[in-house]
Ligand binder design. Structure first.
Ligand code: MTE
Ligand code: MO
Length: 319
């Protein structure tokens, strides 16, 4: 059943690396022939795109020192189900999505309701470069140099009321370009959410770019959330609304398969997904199909910063 699919485990995931590489080769050739925009061709070695506007950020002490994944891998191996469930599809279909004009609506238990324009959001706080591990629930990972600022800057700006305990993120719906909306994989629009203290944590980012440039559409342009200690699906792309709530929001993956995707979804090597292990992962672009997997770290390696948020909670039950 479609709905039982994890956030992204699909034929591409069980495709041997050799076939994946052949497909990349095909994409390159297709790009050379003008079948897909050349700028989007997987460019393993290429450091950046050809035309995306620059968006620099000051370096951050929160960045990992690990080698970051290539621009080509980060922008051609994506989960963005609105554009199809294959990893290669977002890079093909998302470029047609319009990201201007854009604003984020602010609703619910908050003093300053109303839309905030993207241009204003871009100026709200200084941009930082945050190099974070991204661990997908499908047991692969990447290292991405995001550009953005803490989500807390925006949350403080809109002044949640004393009743606000959670915040939900609703993402963009564009039936004209989002071919994935025709499939009932999830209840569209894609919704994610965090407890307010998670949303305010200094590691949680509102991201506008990567590799010193504005986000490519397939990575969630023009603005997305990044929560580095949680499975990738919590990091909602192309967000259009923040709703402050008193009760836990219903989230797209939790609604689709509640026994597989809990609200918290903290990276936890000690709690397996019902259908596969979460104890190890494959680093995209580095680890081949036959390379021994690397060990997954509790809270994706961010335990020192975030474990206290969950003191006293049974993380096996609240997975
Ligand atoms: N709107 C939306 N956001 C989304 C998704 C999605 O399908 N739709 N997929 C999630 C998943 S499963 C992952 S792993 C990350 C992938 O982000 P990346 O493609 O920038 O690496 O985005 C998350 N955000
Ligand atoms: Mo994911």
């Amino acid at each position: 059943m479609l709905i039982r699919r994890p956030p992204g485990t699909l034929p591409s995931e069980i495709t041997p690396r050799s076939a994946y590489l052949r497909r990349r080769e095909f994409c390159k050739q297709a790009a050379a022939l003008g079948l897909i925009a050349p700028l989007l061709a997987p460019s393993g070695a290429g450091a950046q795109s050809l035309t995306a506007p620059k968006l620099p950020g000051k370096s951050s002490p929160f960045s990992t020192k690990e080698k970051h994944s290539s621009y080509g891998d980060i922008t051609s191996y994506n989960n963005f189900y609105e554009f199809g469930t294959d990893k290669q599809e977002p890079a093909i279909y998302a470029p047609k999505m319009r990201t201007r004009p854009w604003s984020i609506a602010v609703e619910g238990e908050v003093k300053r309701k109303g839309p905030i324009d993207l241009e204003e959001l871009l100026k709200l706080a200084p941009m930082e470069e945050r190099i974070y591990r991204l661990r997908c629930v499908e047991a692969w990972s990447m290292v991405v140099p995001w550009i953005g600022y803490p989500l807390a800057e925006l949350v403080r700006r809109v002044e949640p009321s004393s009743r606000a305990k959670y915040v939900a993120f609703t993402t963009h719906l564009d039936p004209a370009t989002m071919i994935g909306l025709r499939q009932p994989v999830l209840n569209w629009p894609y919704v994610e959410g965090l407890r307010l203290d998670e949303a305010m944590h200094p590691l949680t980012l509102l991201a506008f770019g990567l590799y010193g440039e504005v986000l490519p559409n397939q990575n969630g342009a023009p603005v997305r959330i990044i929560v580095p200690w949680k499975y990738g699906f919590k990091s909602a792309k192309s967000i259009v609304k923040l709703t402050f709530m008193e009760t836990e929001p219903r989230t797209a993956w939790n609604v689709a398969a509640p026994h597989e995707y809990g609200f918290y979804s903290n990276v936890n090597p000690g709690v397996d997904h019902p259908r596969w292990s979460q104890s190890s992962e494959r680093r995209i672009g580095e680890d081949g199909f036959f390379t021994p997997k690397r060990k997954t770290l509790v809270f994706n390696g961010y335990a020192e910063q975030v474990a206290s948020l969950y003191a006293g909670m049974d993380l096996k039950k609240l997975f």
